[in-house]
Design a protein around this ligand. Sequence first.
Ligand SMILES: [Fe+2]
Ligand SMILES: [Fe+2]
Length: 169
Amino acid sequence: MTVRSSSEGILSDERADVREELIGMLKKAYFMEIETVMSYITNSINPDGVRAQEIIESLKTDIQEELGHAQEFASRIKELYGTVPGSMEFTPEQSYLQPPEQQTDIVHVIKGVIEAETGAIEHYNRIIEFTDEVDPVTNDMVIAILRDEEGHRRLFEGFLREYETEGLA
Ligand SMILES: [Fe+2]
Ligand SMILES: [Fe+2]
């Protein structure tokens, strides 16, 4: 029984403690994605001006990707015998992505997006490290998600560079 159980990897009984800790990390990731969806909807609607349009279009695309990430994290929580948390467990953290005073303040939005993506990149690197040789399925899933977040951040770093070059950031 012990042999059989350990061959079940992360789903085996003796891995219950590790699984528990991992589910905690996945719940945090799930809520980060949900809050990002909320913040990106806000910031894809509020901005005014000609220069805002590129940011708006980019965020609209990202919203769908972040929503997909949230669903992936939620599914993985269930597969690991956890329960996807309800909204009452949610605590907001993205103070930096609140609407700016002026809706033409695009730099505020760009910097906020970079901060959100950096937070995701840091947390997902932790999950990848934690699941290495422990849970290859979660490891693989989060590596793919990490690549999306790195792409998002790189794009917005490019936007910021343009404003910096013009002395606007
Ligand atoms: Fe995401
Ligand atoms: Fe992202």
